[in-house]
Write a protein that binds this ligand. Structure first.
Ligand code: ADP
Ligand code: ASP
Ligand code: MG
Length: 412
């Protein structure tokens, strides 16, 4: 069999009939170069949002099972249209849904995780020289009900399929030239990265760079699948995401990410006793609310304050749980603030450099941006700030870390 490439085309890339025709030409060209192609597609740009909006217009709490059926239809439309376009230009193709490629998931509607893919049907069509066009973002659970993989989930469909079919690589074709040092829409002089490690990309996706869904990077790392992010509008080489090369000097800071989808809950005046934090965070864990940063103040007169962050989508559930637990922990006040954002710097070279966090704090302070919380890992530093400063913070940090040069120099 010829070598196989899995290509994922995002929503903007298939956003109109003209775009779909262009993508068909691109796939046909790859076929002519002698490669087998499996194309995974997202819904046409804006369609998933539109479908969601309609459901919300009907109900404040649409049933999750039906939401999945609704949302999966966007990818069915684009996959069928792209296949029609391919066949129309003489490139034999067939479209398949999540169910038809045997993509099995768990039962968590709207954020399901992939359990397995039976690639047999895809393989049969590839052997018959077809391009296989797969509707991304969807699978079926053990009951045969349609599930979806969370926003941006077509990225994960593509990598999982590349692994199942033993593809040589997985290409994510999108509306920017690759992974940049910061969101190029916010920092126009952001630099495209030629290569980046799975670990750095994991941090970047987890910290808000929506160019790749986090689960897709986890999959690629686990199965060592080379991932390439590149533009569907040109033939530039894009960014390669692969294992870290120990012989290469790592840039101290590879990227700056922001995430506005954050909220802070503050529980004031709780007794400073063993077991209070355990009660609070146990209740949140049991309600499947993931807590990110936590700060506990120094105790005063036997009382203390605890602040923590959750994503905005978990805020309502988190507040319900905290109010319930408060019957036992007797806090003086409980408040929530959704107008915050998390700004982060990521880089494998941080492991061997000092002064990185300090430069971040100095830069923010010079701009009069107050830091509300801080968290660090081996290869990242994150700060919670007021949401209104997000873009300013991203741009000034990009400048302070001199992200246009490579590698980044940190004053010691
Ligand atoms: P698609 O529809 O192709 O899946 P997405 O909108 O999900 O595309 O992701 C691409 C977008 O991610 C870009 O248009 C860009 O604005 C945004 N983005 C955020 N951070 C980064 C980054 N560090 N590098 C590249 N793109 C980024
Ligand atoms: N259409 C889905 C979304 O908008 C999945 C995807 O594009 O990857 O999130
Ligand atoms: Mg995406």
């Amino acid at each position: 069999m010829a070598s196989l490439v899995v290509q994922k085309y995002g929503g903007t890339s298939v956003g109109s009939i003209d775009h779909i025709k262009r993508v068909a030409e691109r796939i046909a060209e790859t076929r002519r170069s002698g490669k087998d192609v499996v194309a995974v597609v997202s819904a046409m740009a804006g369609q998933t949002d539109q479908l969601l909006k309609m459901a919300w217009e009907i109900s404040d709490a649409p049933t999750q099972r039906e939401l999945d059926l609704l949302l999966s239809s966007g990818e069915r439309i684009s996959s069928a249209l792209l296949t029609i376009a391919l066949n129309a230009i003489g490139c034999q193709a067939v479209s398949l849904t999540g169910r038809q490629i045997g993509l099995q998931t768990d039962n968590k509607h709207t954020r399901a995780r992939i359990k397995q893919i039976d690639g047999e049907r895809c393989k049969r069509y590839l052997e018959k020289n077809h391009v296989v066009v797969v509707a991304g973002f969807q699978g079926v659970n053990e009951h045969g009900d349609v599930t979806t993989l969370g926003r941006g989930g077509s990225d994960t469909s593509a990598v999982a399929l590349a692994v199942a079919l033993n593809a040589e690589q997985c290409e994510i074709l999108t509306d920017v030239d690759g992974v940049f040092t910061a969101d190029p829409r916010v920092v126009p002089d952001a630099r495209k990265l030629e290569i980046i490690s799975y670990d750095e990309m994991l941090e970047m996706s987890g910290l808000g760079a929506k160019v790749l869904q986090l689960r897709c990077v986890e999959f690629a790392k686990k199965y060592q699948m080379p991932l390439i992010v590149r533009s569907s509008y040109n033939n530039h080489p894009g960014t390669l995401i692969s294992e870290e090369d120990p012989n290469m000097e790592q840039p101290v800071v590879s990227g700056i990410m922001y995430d506005k989808n954050q909220a802070k809950i503050t529980v004031k005046g709780v007794p400073d006793q063993p077991g209070i934090a355990a009660k609070l965070f146990n209740a949140l864990a049991e309600a499947s609310v993931s807590v990110d940063m936590i700060i506990q103040n120094i105790s005063e007169e036997g009382h203390t304050d605890i602040s923590f962050t959750v994503t905005t989508e978990h805020l309502a559930d988190a507040m319900t749980e905290v109010n319930k637990v408060n019957e036992e922990i007797n806090a003086e006040t409980i408040s929530a603030d959704a107008s915050i954002s998390k700004i982060s710097i990521v880089g494998a070279g941080m492991r061997s450099h000092s002064g990185v966090a300090a430069l971040m704090f100095q830069t923010l302070s010079r701009e009069n941006i107050n830091i509300l919380m801080i968290s660090t890992s081996e290869i990242k530093v994150s700060c919670i700030i007021d949401e209104k400063h997000t873009e300013q913070a991203t741009s000034t940090l990009h400048e302070a870390f001199d992200m246009k040069t490579d590698p980044v120099q940190i004053p010691q």
